[in-house]
Ligand binder design. Structure first.
Ligand code: AVI
Length: 325
C-alpha cells in the first residue's frame, strides 16, 4: 500500500515536472480528483448551471426500466468510475426488483467513496452483491472480469456502465482506444452504457463551467493546492484565476489556470523553480461535447453498434446503449 502510494506520488511529481517545464503548460486532469477535489466535484454536480448530472439522472429515471428490459436481469454490472454510485442506483433498483441475485462491481480510485457507497447500497438492496474495486479502469475491469469468469454463481453476461460524460475528458483517440479495449474484452451478448454530453448553445456550456458559486473555480485551483500539499510547493492560489471556455473549433470546454502576475514558484519535491508570465496559463482539463453522428462513428470505429440512444427533451445529454457489433 505504502509502496503504491509512493509510486503514485512519484508519477505525480514527474508529470508536474514535465507539464510545467514546457511552453504550453499543462497538467493531467486526473490529478483534479484528490480528496478535496472529489468533494468539490460533488458540489459542482449540484450547481444549477451544471446541467449534466441532473439531465443524465432524469434520462435514467425515465428509461432505466427499458434498459433493464434490454439487458435482462441475469446480468453482472461493472461500473467504471462509479463515484457515489448515485445514478447507477436508479438502474440497480430496476434490476433488483426482480428477485434475482445480481453482482455489481463499482470501480473507482477512491477507496473511501467505494466503502461508503457499498454500505449504503447493501442496506438498500439485500439481493445485490457489491464487490467494490479500488483501482484504475483497466486493472479494475480485468479484476471484475476474472472474478465473473471464476465464479459459477455470477452471471457472465455483463453490462459495463460509464456515466457522467467522463468519456468527454478523454482526447478523441484515447476515447476510441478505451472503447476498443473494452470491446476486445466483451462477449457478443454483453452491453455497454455510456453517458455523452451533447453539443449545445455555447452560453449554456460556458455557464456550466463557470458557476456563480465558484465551485468549478475552487475545483480547478485545488490542483495547485494539491501540488502545495503533496509536493511541497508554494503556489499562492490568489495569484491564479480559473478560466473555462468553449473552444468551438475543437468542440470542447477547456479549463485553464491563468497566472495573474509574473511570478516564480518553488516546488520542493522537485527542487525546481517554475516561472510564469502574466497571463500565461496551465491547461488543466478538456471536456469534449459530441453530437449523435460522432457517437455513432465512435461506436462503429471501436467495434460496437448503437442499440439505443436515450436523450432528454432538449437533446442536451445522451445515454448511448451499445452492443458489440
Ligand atoms: C468528470 N467530468 C465529466 C466533468 C466534466 O464536466 O467534464 C469534470 C468537470 N470539470 C469541471 N466541471 C466538471
Amino acid at each position: 500500500m505504502a509502496l503504491q502510494q509512493n509510486r503514485e506520488l512519484e508519477e505525480f511529481a514527474d508529470e508536474v515536472a514535465r507539464g510545467l517545464a514546457i511552453h504550453n503548460k499543462t497538467l493531467n486532469s486526473k490529478y483534479l480528483y484528490d480528496k478535496v477535489g472529489s468533494q468539490l466535484f460533488e458540489q459542482i454536480c449540484i450547481q444549477p448551471e451544471y446541467y449534466l448530472t441532473r439531465t443524465e439522472t432524469s434520462i435514467l429515471n425515465k428509461h432505466a426500466h427499458v434498459i433493464a428490459k434490454l439487458t435482462g436481469t441475469n446480468i453482472s454490472i461493472i461500473e467504471l468510475g462509479s463515484g457515489s454510485s448515485s445514478k447507477t442506483t436508479i438502474l440497480l433498483s430496476h434490476l433488483a426488483s426482480q428477485k434475482k441475485r445480481i453482482f455489481y462491481f463499482p470501480i473507482d480510485v477512491s477507496k473511501s467513496i467505494l466503502t461508503d457507497s457499498a454500505r449504503r447500497l447493501e442496506s438498500q438492496f439485500p439481493n445485490i452483491n457489491i464487490i467494490g474495486i479500488p483501482s484504475s479502469y483497466n486493472i479494475g475491469f480485468e479484476r471484475a472480469a476474472k472474478r465473473i469468469a471464476c465464479d459459477d454463481k455470477i452471471s457472465d453476461r455483463k453490462l459495463v456502465v460509464f456515466l457522467g460524460s467522463s468519456i468527454g475528458n478523454f482526447e478523441l483517440a484515447h476515447a476510441r482506444h478505451l472503447l476498443e479495449t473494452l470491446r476486445e474484452r466483451l462477449d457478443t451478448n454483453d452491453f455497454l452504457l455510456v453517458g455523452f454530453d451533447l453539443q449545445k448553445e455555447v452560453s449554456v456550456l460556458n455557464a456550466a463551467y463557470n458557476d456563480k458559486a465558484g465551485m468549478t473555480a475552487r475545483f480547478n485551483l485545488n490542483l495547485l493546492g494539491r501540488i502545495n500539499r503533496e509536493l511541497g510547493s508554494k503556489f499562492d492560489l490568489g495569484k491564479f484565476a480559473h478560466c473555462a471556455f468553449y473552444n468551438e473549433d475543437k468542440q470542447r470546454i477547456e479549463m485553464h489556470l491563468v497566472s495573474k502576475a509574473e511570478q516564480e514558484v518553488y516546488v520542493g519535491a522537485l527542487d525546481t523553480v517554475f516561472a510564469f508570465r502574466k497571463g500565461e496559463t496551465i491547461h488543466t482539463e478538456n471536456s469534449y461535447k459530441y453530437n449523435l453522428d460522432q457517437i455513432a462513428m465512435l461506436a462503429e470505429e471501436s467495434g460496437f453498434a448503437i442499440n439505443r440512444n436515450f436523450t432528454d427533451k432538449k437533446k442536451w445529454f445522451d445515454l448511448a446503449f451499445f452492443s458489440p457489433a
